[in-house]
Every structure is written in C-alpha cells, then in structure tokens.
Design a protein around this ligand. Sequence first.
Ligand code: HEM
Ligand SMILES: Nc1nc2c(c(=O)[nH]1)N[C@H]1C(S)=C(S)[C@@H](COP(=O)(O)O)O[C@H]1N2
Ligand SMILES: [Mo]
Length: 389
Amino acid sequence: MVRRPASLNRPAFRRPVPPAALTTLPERFTSRLHDERVAAWLGIALGTCFLVAFVTGLVSHFMQHPAGWMVWPSRPVNLYRVTQGLHVMTGLAAVPLLLAKLWTVYPRLLQWPPARSVLHAVERLLVFVLVGGSLFQLVTGVMNIDYWYAFGFFFTTAHYWTAYIVIGALVIHVANEWAKTRRTVMTRPQDGLKRRTFLLTVFGASGVVVATTVGEAVSPLARLAVLAPRRPGIGSQDLPVNKSAAASGVTALARDPRWRLTVTGRVDRELSLSLAQLQAMPARTARLPIACVEGWSAEATWEGVRLRDLLRMAGVDDDAHVRVESLERYGLYRTSMVQPPHWHDPLTLLALRVNGEPLDLDHGYPCRLIAPNRPGVMQTKWVGRLVVA
Ligand code: HEM
Ligand SMILES: Nc1nc2c(c(=O)[nH]1)N[C@H]1C(S)=C(S)[C@@H](COP(=O)(O)O)O[C@H]1N2
Ligand SMILES: [Mo]
C-alpha cells in the first residue's frame, strides 16, 4: 500500500469529515513532499514576493496615473528604478516558487469530493481564483518583459485589475491557512523527509533567475543578466532603445530642418524655438537613468536645457501641470505629464545630447525629456511641444 502523508488527508478547516472523503485521493500521489510543511514555507516565500510585487506595482501605476491628490517627489533619483526593479525581480523569483507550490499541493487541488459544504466550496473556489490569477500574472508578466505581446488584450489593464483579484484571494487564503502555517513552521519535523533539500533547490532556482536578470537594472551586474531582454550599456550610444524612430513613424518629422519646439505657457506668451536657439541656451548636465516599466534601467549623461528655464521663459505658473507632446502621431507614449516637483527639479532636462553626442534619432532627436524618479514611458522622445495642461 502506498502511504500518503497524514497532513494531506487532514481536513483543512478542522471540520468533521466522513471517512469516505479520506480515501478518495488518487493513489498515485506517492511523493511525501506533497506536504504541509513544504507548502507552508513555499507559501511564505510566495506571499512575500506577491506582496512586494503588489505594492511596487501600485507605485508604478500611480506614478503613471496619479489620482488628483497624489504628488510624487522627483527624488531620490533612482526611486522608480528600485521599485520597478523589485517588482520584476520578485515577480520572476515567484515563478519557480509558484511551480513548486502547485506541484506540492496539487493532490489537494484535485481533492474529491470537491466540496463538503457551501463555505468549503467558496473557500476552494477562491483558491482556484488565486491559482489562476497568479499564473496569469506571472505568465503575462514574463511575456511582457520579453516584448512578446501575443495576447489580444492590453497587458497593463489586465495585469492591474488581476493584481487586486489575486491579492484579495491571497489575503483570504492566508487568513485561512495562518494558524496551520504557524503551527507547522514553529515545530520541528519528526520524520526524515528530504524537505530541506527540496526547498533549497526551489529557492536556489529562484536565486538563479534573479541573479541572471537583476543586472538589467543594477548596472555593475549587467554582464550577469543573460536572461534579460535589455541590458544597460547595450544599444546605440550605450543605451538600450525601447521603440525606434522608424517603429514610431517619426523619422521624417524629427529630421525636418523646420522643426521647432513650441512652448505654450500663458496664452499671450507662446515660445517657438529652433534647434539652434535651444543649443544656444545654457546647457546643463545630469546623470540620470532611464528606468523602463518593463524592469531594465540604464543611466546616461544627459545634456540639454533645464525644463524649468524653458517653462519660466514662457511665463508658466509655478503650480502648472505640463504636458510634453512628441512628434509621434499615434502610440500610447506620445505624451506625458510633468507635475511641479518634477519640472522644478534642476535635473529635469529637455536633453539634446547623451553620453557626449547629439541624441541619436532612436533616443529622441532632436530633443527628449529626461527627469529623475520617473518611469521610462514618461521620458518622452522626439518632443515637439510643451503645453500647460
Ligand atoms: C513574473 C511576474 C511579473 C512580471 C514580470 C510583472 C511585470 C510587470 C510589468 C512589466 C509592469 C509594467 C506594466 C506597464 O506599466 O506597462 C507591471 C505592472 C504591475 N504589476 Fe506586475 N509583474 C509580475 C507579477 C505581478 C504580481 C504577482 C502582481 C501582484 C500581485 C503584480 C502587480 C502589478 C501592478 C499592480 C502593476 C501596475 C499596473 C499598472 O500600471 O496599471 N505584478 N508588472
Ligand atoms: N514619443 C515616445 N517617447 C517614448 C517612448 C515612445 O514609445 N514614444 N517610449 C518610452 C519608453 S517605454 C522608454 S523605456 C524610454 C526609452 O528610451 P530610449 O529608447 O532612449 O532608451 O523612452 C520612452 N519615450
Ligand atoms: Mo519603457
């Protein structure tokens, strides 16, 4: 007879169960690692990753879509780089953890009869929501950072709303399993199962995933980032390119010698500047990263005109919210908003040069926005107009 760990047969919520229910687990679940203690430790690690991913994901969302009362600071310079780096790293670390957790508990997921009561049915339904939602987040998240947009929906919206569903189901799951988990991890196991080896292997796999991607955001580790789709230092002017000028359809407009920057401040004071006029303004230098929402970050030395100098020339009020408009006609990232803390910051530039050269077309020639503590999608390239919103 095949022995199964007693823990699997124990009713999850300590309600009396008819003996028949105890004997219906398929006999093929022979590994004794389908075990409460393994499930508990994996759950703790997964829960921690998901919590960090949720909080940092919300930071990313609300930096891009601030509610009316939200004001984000422009410092520390690398804050978004850190939060979004953590987001993608905890998400990736969760992949081996989730696979191992699902393997560990799948006899429970397949338990028969499926429910003993209405309450039990609801609890189990929520576990399936948690499993489905988690798989969805991790699979679409990984596809997205690999620029593989094979799904027919808009990733960010689906990922955002699924995050609330997953975290809601997770909170209920943790509440249900809390007492058991505590009891399990606080006591020493009496048997000689190879749990430690199994858990160390799974945590090791997570560690390897992180070690081979974290360099996409942490430049000194760039060479290790063999699994990362983008790496600091690689790309034209030593900087990755997210969307090229050709892909954005701006090549002709950006190269047009008649290009002018329009700054619409007060109605009576619209500026129109040629590239030569911009180049003649006091040039400032800032060492700032592009911190892409998709997890990679790369710093560069930018040179150009302070945004606040331009806006003040146009008579813009100190509390104005400014829209930066690209020459791009379509595309989700053709405009971005700049709030007062960001445009007041002396490091926020309308950059004309990067790493000692005029901007390449792909990096936003003739000029692009670069500001501290800001998602990459809001570092608008090929700027044509600044408007008080
Ligand atoms: C492998 C796992 C994951 C990867 C690779 C990943 C990747 C990403 C990426 C690339 C974004 C930026 C999307 C954009 O603004 O275009 C994002 C945003 C976000 N992620 Fe994840 N994610 C993962 C897991 C998770 C998990 C587990 C949660 C929560 C439980 C989560 C919650 C969020 C939230 C709330 C946002 C903000 C969405 C928005 O801006 O509206 N993510 N994630
Ligand atoms: N007009 C415009 N600006 C844009 C984008 C875009 O698609 N269109 N992509 C953004 C994104 S997602 C990132 S990460 C940065 C990347 O800048 P880089 O290509 O110079 O590295 O540019 C941002 N600026
Ligand atoms: Mo990006």
